[in-house]
Write a protein that binds this ligand. Structure first.
Ligand code: CA
Length: 242
């Protein structure tokens, strides 16, 4: 039961660290692990892009000064690509010039940290950006219509009558992602990226299987209408009729 609860909890945020100075890289990884996040380490932009190709991180800490491809250049490339344009980016830099800050933000960074930084400031900024950009990683209760989902207690409740809907761990994560991103259409590949964290090794059919299970779990409570199929596109969570 315990392991089931654990695996069903919303996933730990994966943070890609792109930093060419090993000492700073290790310091970042240490602090991030301490706060319960999962770090992935890359020493340059090319290695970062290889990681991203396999798995979308939840956030990127991106050093400005990198060999070959700079942090600003990498940020621009990620913003220009449909698959990666939504990944939150925090730029790290030794430059504290207002002008440089603007260049970083214009390249698509969400926030900006000047070295040397305090670990507390770093973590506070990561948390703030994640809260803003990745609501599915938060433990906050989300309510849509009569449906209420609580990642902290791993429960889905019907507000009006207090019924609790039993869901498997993957269906729970899927529903949580949908409820925190309502009214938008997601392709199977996007759902694999966002909910499974892997669109390379998992077949798209897997999404259909779990969508079916989720609908079956919601159906006895007349809540399955939220999960809508958008022909040849994917799926959408909507409180409006399809
Ligand atoms: Ca550097």
């Amino acid at each position: 039961m315990n392991s089931h609860l654990k695996s069903g909890k919303s996933k730990t945020a994966t943070i890609l660290l792109v930093e060419d100075e090993p000492a700073i890289q290790e310091l970042l990884a240490f602090n991030i692990t301490q706060c319960g996040f999962h770090p992935i380490q890359a020493l340059n932009a090319t290695s970062a892009m290889e990681h991203i190709k396999r798995e979308l991180p939840d956030l990127i800490l991106l050093d400005w000064m990198l060999p070959e491809i700079s942090g600003v250049e990498l940020a621009k490339r990620l913003r220009a690509d449909q698959r990666t344009h939504n990944i939150p980016i925090i730029m790290l830099t030794a430059r504290s010039d207002e002008k440089d800050k603007i260049i970083g933000l214009e390249a698509g960074a969400d926030d900006y940290i000047t070295k040397p930084f305090s670990p507390r400031e770093l973590i506070a900024r990561i948390r703030a950006v994640l809260r803003r950009r990745s609501p599915q990683l938060s433990d906050k209760i989300t309510i849509v219509g009569d449906l209420e989902i609580s990642p902290a207690t791993h429960r889905v409740n019907i507000k009006s009558n207090g019924f609790s809907i039993p869901l498997g761990p993957t269906e729970f994560r899927l529903l949580h992602f949908f409820m925190t991103h309502p009214e938008r259409v997601y392709s199977r590949s996007q759902l694999l990226d966002q909910v499974w964290g892997d669109h390379v090794f998992i077949e798209e059919r897997t999404v259909d299987v779990h969508i079916r299970r989720l609908r079956q779990a919601l159906e006895p409570y007349k809540m399955d209408h939220f999960i809508q199929t958008v022909r040849s596109n994917g799926y959408r969570f909507s409180s409006a009729p399809s």
